[in-house]
Design a protein. Structure first.
Length: 375
């Protein structure tokens, strides 16, 4: 029986556009039980020549320069937003009004007010919505979730999450869009600490109070246009927060792009009354678990590559590891199933709104130097 087609319009085609289009292409080839068949229908970008080149490279049927026109098309089912944060709200709200299913890159928006409007729009239209926090769908992280939900760690006391990179430590690295508040909303806070925080909400629970610190070490950088002029950096280079969770756990988040040697070090450690677990993206197929604190106990390193582990059955035999891009394929797989079921997967836009409130609370706390309650 041929599967129902799901026509995808992807807005943006840079780094995230490449990860998402790879996922849309791969998902039907590996997940035999996927209920619909995604079709890479149209890729949208502002510059005609560049988007035409992206169409060929990424495998879309068509290229377009106006997302408004594409969203007005009846044959588009899914809108996949891979643009910088300053355009998420306008595109997502228009997509919701046009009744499309929406997958949106993280963080959901550049402000709480935008996130409220976006969550309101999908609620009103009944659109399926999802925020692309892809790390929830790394098999080792999904296994960690299962162990916690099964009570294997007991009562959770601590969440320690760090996300460290080093790509802007050179003061001459250009002032790209990720370093502009008007475009990115914030710096490492929204770009990488948002993942750490989303993972804490997935694995531990909702943060209720935060004490944040934001730092900008290099306040001016060369503009990327090669003009020799310098531009102001008005976002954080590093973001840190102490966190209290609603279930009594306490923890810590750190996001920094100033950690030499750390390329994409997304690591979490969770300690409960009965055990602990540790995961690190740079060794993403492994989950360290301690369920025995006795003299012969300690951490066991599980190779999360067995067919019985989350998502792995679709891929290779045990020990044949998977990578970063697979987390996006799993995200798209769950999104397509949700579209078929008519119910948004997590994290949906409501989660995106809660996430935005936590980011905002960290920013406000850092500004006043005090603990702030998450509304
Ligand atoms: C850049 O810092 C970046 O690509 C983030 O934007 C992604 O969300 C993260 O997963 C990897 O790093």
């Amino acid at each position: 029986m041929p599967k129902q087609k799901l026509n995808v319009a992807m807005i943006g085609y840079d780094f995230m556009g490449r990860t998402h289009s790879n996922a849309w292409r791969q998902v039907t080839r590996f997940f035999a039980d996927i209920p619909c068949e995604p079709v890479l229908k149209v890729v949208v970008g502002r510059t005609k020549e560049k988007v035409a080149e992206a169409r060929v490279r990424l495998g879309f049927e068509e290229a377009a320069t106006s997302w408004e026109e594409v969203l007005a098309r009846k044959d588009i089912d899914v809108v996949d937003i891979c643009t910088p944060g300053d355009s998420h709200a306008a595109i997502a709200i228009a997509a919701a009004e046009a009744g499309k299913a929406i997958l949106c890159e993280k963080p959901l928006s550049n402000s709480v007010a935008e996130a409220e409007r976006m969550a309101g729009a999908v609620k009103k239209s009944g659109s399926i919505s999802m925020v692309c926090h892809n790390y929830r769908r790394v098999p080792a992280v999904a296994l960690a979730k299962k162990l916690i939900d099964d009570g294997k760690l007991g009562t959770i006391h601590h969440y320690r999450g760090v996300y460290l990179q080093d790509w802007i430590v050179d003061p001459n690295f250009p002032r790209v869009w990720r370093l502009e508040k008007a475009r990115a909303g914030s710096g490492s806070l929204g770009d990488i600490l948002s993942h750490t925080m989303d993972l804490s909400r997935y694995l531990v629970g909702n943060p209720v109070e935060v004490s944040g610190v934001l730092s900008t070490f290099v306040k001016e950088r060369p503009l990327p246009d090669g003009s020799g002029k310098r531009g102001v950096v008005d976002v954080d280079d590093a973001a840190q927060a102490l966190v209290k969770f609603e279930n009594g756990a306490v923890g810590y988040y750190e996001g920094s792009r100033f950690a030499p040697g750390r390329k994409n070090y997304n690591r979490l450690e969770i300690n409960g009354s009965k055990g602990s677990l540790v995961w690190d993206l740079e060794r993403m197929n492994e989950l360290e678990v301690c369920l025995d604190t006795g003299p012969l106990g300690g951490f066991t390193n599980i190779s999360v590559t067995d067919g019985s582990h989350p998502y792995i059955g679709a891929w290779w035999p045990a020990g044949h590891i998977i990578g970063y891009e697979h987390s996006f394929t799993h995200t798209v797989y769950d999104f397509v199933k949700a579209v078929a079921d008519g119910k948004s997967p997590r994290p949906d836009f409501e989660d995106g709104l809660i996430n935005q409130r936590v980011l905002d609370a960290i920013e406000r706390s850092a500004a006043i130097g005090q603990w702030v309650k998450v509304p």
